[in-house]
Design a protein around this ligand. Structure first.
Ligand SMILES: *Cc1c(COP(=O)(O)O)cnc(C)c1O
Length: 245
């Protein structure tokens, strides 16, 4: 988008303001957590919002976007090819979609079972042979529910080591770290504290896998307090999601 077009576009200004407010919240949370080093990376979750909004975000300096449904993500990634964006897949993923996801995604945050590791590994090798793409960053999604029956997806903490080894030994996959969604209707701090402990154990065996993908619009401060390296923020930047995708 040109500067002149942006100046006449109210949605551009709205997104600029919302993005700035979220960036300020992040900076404040980083300061109050006393965190030095690398600031957490902001991934804007753009699900249900049109490609035009992603174009506006790119013009505002956003480099990382996330989606949770393959069909929608694939279409937007194709439309925005050449915009220099890194695409993050954050939703539940069926093995049969692996082939499609590795065409556009730099990272998958929702790796939660051995079959999915194998499907992604196979798909990424084929894609690398065809296009020379980079290895795929994989975050292990961890369930933080006490009641395993009710969980919102993710591997149990006890299953993380085996899954991590499987990713680390798969050619074409890079073990990036852990990911979680805070449980519904409970305080996020204890959940993110638990995730930090899972991460600590993982890093003992895999020193490069330091990523912690945690923190959404409602709980980014708590996630930053417990070491989040990747934030996944949707509605506080884009507004409430339209009903139709
Ligand atoms: C939608 C979504 C987000 C963003 O949530 P908001 O509350 O809109 O910030 C983050 N992570 C995942 C896995 C999501 O599906």
């Amino acid at each position: 988008m040109t500067d002149a077009a942006a100046a006449a576009d109210p949605r551009f200004h709205e997104l600029a303001q919302r993005l700035e407010a979220v960036r300020e919240r992040i900076a404040k949370a980083v300061a109050s957590a006393g965190r030095g080093g690398q600031p957490p990376r902001l991934i804007v979750i753009t699900k249900f919002h049109p490609a035009d909004d992603i174009r506006r975000l790119a013009a505002l300096g956003v480099t990382d976007v996330g989606e949770n449904r393959d069909q929608e993500a694939a279409a937007k990634a194709a439309e925005l090819a050449g915009a220099g964006l890194a695409w993050h897949f954050v939703g539940q993923l069926q093995t049969k979609k692996a082939k499609s996801v590795v065409r556009y995604a730099a990272a998958v945050h929702s790796v939660d079972r051995p079959q999915l590791v194998d499907a992604l590994a196979k798909a990424v090798l084929n894609e690398q042979a065809a296009t020379g793409r980079e290895p795929l960053d994989c975050f292990i999604q961890v369930s933080l529910e006490d009641d395993a029956g009710a969980h919102r997806g993710g591997a149990l903490p006890a299953d993380v080591p085996a899954l991590a080894d499987r990713i680390a030994t798969a050619e074409g996959l890079r073990l990036a770290g852990v990911m979680a969604v805070a449980p519904l209707g409970a305080a996020p701090e204890p959940a993110f504290e638990k995730l930090a402990k899972v991460s600590e154990l993982l890093v003992r065996d895999h020193p490069a896998a330091t990523g912690i993908s945690a923190g959404m619009s409602q709980d980014l401060e708590a996630a930053i307090k417990f070491g989040a390296t990747h934030l996944r923020i949707g509605s506080d930047i884009l507004g409430s999601r339209p009903a139709v995708g």
